[in-house]
Write a new protein. Structure first.
Length: 68
């Protein structure tokens, strides 16, 4: 499988927690203490996004120093 793709399985623990596989954490630079955004759509499923990605988007929409 190419290095930009990964498929893994995670079990859901009793408290609803999952472990993101190491390969996926390494691929996206996810480290202990990072925040993850959980996006849900009942028909399409669940997506996880590093909060940094949204911060980058926010910076593009609302650049620092823009006093409009």
């Amino acid at each position: 499988m190419p290095k930009d793709k990964f498929i893994g399985i995670s079990k859901v623990g009793e408290k609803g927690q999952i472990v993101i596989p190491k390969e996926a954490r390494d691929m996206f630079g996810i480290r202990p203490g990072d925040s993850i955004i959980v996006l849900c759509d009942k028909k399409r499923g669940i997506a996880l996004i590093k909060a940094d990605a949204i911060e980058d988007l926010t910076e593009k929409v609302f650049p620092k120093g823009d006093d409009r």
